[in-house]
Design a protein around this ligand. Sequence first.
Ligand code: 4NP
Length: 158
Amino acid sequence: MKILFVCLGNICRSPTAEVVLRTIAAREAPELDLEVDSAGTAAYHVGEPPDPRTREAGARRGYDLAAPRARIVEPADFERFDLILAMDREIHRVLQRRAPRAAHPRLRLFLEFAAEAGLEDVPDPYYGGPNGFEEVLDLVEAATRGLLEHLRERCRAA
Ligand code: 4NP
């Protein structure tokens, strides 16, 4: 299974989700053999590592966010990934406009997998305070658990 997370700049929310899913899946669900990546819809930060505030907040919970480099979503992504998970509804709308119709069933909102959070959007932490980065991690960790459950079920049904 190949999973792509998408946010706006690819330096805060989606690289966090990429690393959290990869880390937890390696520990708890290696049988799923996941390939995980992230990308942004905007080019402002292409080539940059995650925002320092993202890296610091992740490190406090044991996630190493040094490796990812921001890139933009490209047409081949819509063919390559089994699930393309948008970090908020605006990103989901942008992806629907850019993706061919055949890929639309694979475009989902990440927080669908964290129903208990009662939110649809992972709030963009870029212009907010430090608490925003903690909230991103809380939501990403919750949705990662739900996503892994969903993937295990898919695997069993296949
Ligand atoms: P992200 O956060 O979409 O979670 O990576 C943002 C990063 C950069 C900007 C906006 C949001 N920006 O406007 O540069």
